[in-house]
Design a protein around this ligand. Structure first.
Ligand code: AMP
Length: 420
């Protein structure tokens, strides 16, 4: 019997609804933030990836599916989407009328890595790219978009790691310091690192060989060598993330496995799949458009590991009780508690599976509890809602909200929920 190739897999009909759900939520967020969908080919000239991702990277050296076509042209199945989107942006002169463009795309990528849980040779990414904006606010906005998507999918415990890789102005100083550091440890570094030292010393920081990792402890960091402009840029990214309540840590070991990044680099890490792994990653690449033959236009983007995201969300769903309540009442304050309790009894007697929490905790923690109980709907009742006669009924599956009046909330809710 012929089976799938190692590292390739079918996504079966039982699984596709989750993929569709995530894609729909992502598309909605992208629309809100002004992104347009772009679809690019699965195959490109090898040169595009070699030049953009970098010759001395794991992806280009070891992982690309590259082969000659019948005429001998060297072709590659795309290992990522950024290079193709940049090519398309330049090829169609999309910058001509206005360099500011925001794109997203969803599709399969191909890397010949060692397959394991959450790692495939054909995997899928949800990818976003912004062209023409050099401002650090956009860096923060992209991380916020990731945060928002994960929040809407009910994920918690993810952490954004951010770093700055500097720019052509400050990179040489850092590289010099790093080279000095590496030269003093030549006898313990692996052959790969020794080779990379010559071509691109930054790559050595990415080495997975335990002896190299140990030798690299205390290596110079990009953050200690940033020029004033890069430093201000990174400060603004951080202060904006703080102001937007996006949790993050500065991680000066984060270098990412591709050459084109400059300034802000970020990854969203999770332990939900066992060992710590990244569910999304991205960064700024202000020089790439020009390097690939376009004008000098700054850009930044990210890619979400779609397969990993599906695994995590599925795992979460499995942990939730199958048979959650139809309605969870969130009572904020004494008056709300009294009202909710009376409505709850009527709702229960009318045959609706409704629950409430009497702990008097905050909105945030009650919403968490409603989510954990897998409630299909939540009624939010606080002093403000009572005063304005506008109770909020939220459908937890579609994330839509309806306003309910205090006249006869039990009847209104029963009607709405039984209709769902
Ligand atoms: P990268 O393009 O390497 O920055 O990857 C972005 C995201 O894609 C990662 O954070 C992973 O979640 C996902 N990813 C990368 N390689 C694979 C793979 N081989 N299998 C599954 N997901 C992957």
């Amino acid at each position: 019997m012929i089976q799938t190739i190692r590292g390739f897999r079918d996504i079966l009909p039982e699984e596709t609804p989750m993929w569709q759900k995530i894609e729909t939520i992502a598309a909605e967020i992208f629309r809100n933030f002004g992104f347009q969908e772009i679809r690019i080919p699965i195959m490109e000239k090898t040169e595009l990836f070699a030049r953009s991702i970098g010759e001395a990277t794991d992806i280009v050296e070891k992982e690309m599916y590259t082969f000659p076509d019948r005429k001998g042209d060297k072709l590659t199945l795309r290992p990522e989407a950024t290079a193709s989107i940049v090519r398309s942006y330049i090829q169609h002169k999309m910058y001509a009328a206005d360099p500011v463009r925001k794109f997203y795309t969803v599709g399969p990528m191909f890397r010949r890595e060692r397959p394991q849980k959450g790692r495939y040779r054909q995997f899928y990414q949800i990818d976003a790219e912004v062209f023409g904006i050099a401002s650090p606010y956009i860096d923060a906005q992209l991380i916020q978009i990731l945060n928002e998507l994960f929040k809407r999918l009910g994920l918690s415990g993810l952490k954004a790691h951010i770093n700055s890789l500097g720019c052509p102005e400050c990179r040489p100083g850092f590289q010099k310091a790093l080279l000095e550091f590496l030269s003093a440890r030549k006898d313990v570094l692996c052959d790969n690192c020794l080779r990379r030292m010559e071509k691109n010393p930054l790559r050595t920081l990415d080495c997975k060989v335990p002896a190299c990792r140990k030798a690299l402890e205390g290596a110079p960091t990009t953050l200690n060598h940033l020029c004033p402009d890069c430093s201000t840029h990174f400060d603004t990214v951080q202060s904006t993330l703080k102001a937007q309540n996006v949790e993050f840590v500065v991680d000066n070991t984060l270098v990412r496995g591709l050459d084109y990044y400059s300034r802000t680099a970020f990854e969203i890490l999770t332990t939900a799949l066992g060992a710590q792994s990244a569910v999304a990653g991205g960064g700024r690449y202000d020089a790439l458009v020009q390097e690939l033959g376009g004008p000098q236009i700054p850009a930044i983007g990210f890619a979400i590991g779609f397969d990993r995201l599906v695994h995590i969300v599925e795992q979460l769903e499995q942990e939730k009780p199958k048979d959650g309540p139809d309605l969870f009442l969130v009572a904020l304050g004494d008056k709300a508690m009294e009202n909710c309790h009376l409505w709850l009894s009527q709702l229960n007697l009318s045959g609706l599976k409704a629950e409430m929490d009497y702990s008097g905790k905050s909105l945030k923690s009650l919403m968490k509890r409603a989510d954990k109980r897998n409630a299909r709907n939540v009624l939010i009742v606080g002093d403000e809602e009572i005063k304005t006669d506008a109770l909020v009924l939220r459908n937890m599956e579609t994330r839509t909200q309806t306003t309910i009046s205090m006249d006869d909330p039990v009847a209104e809710i029963t009607k709405l929920i039984s209709n769902i």
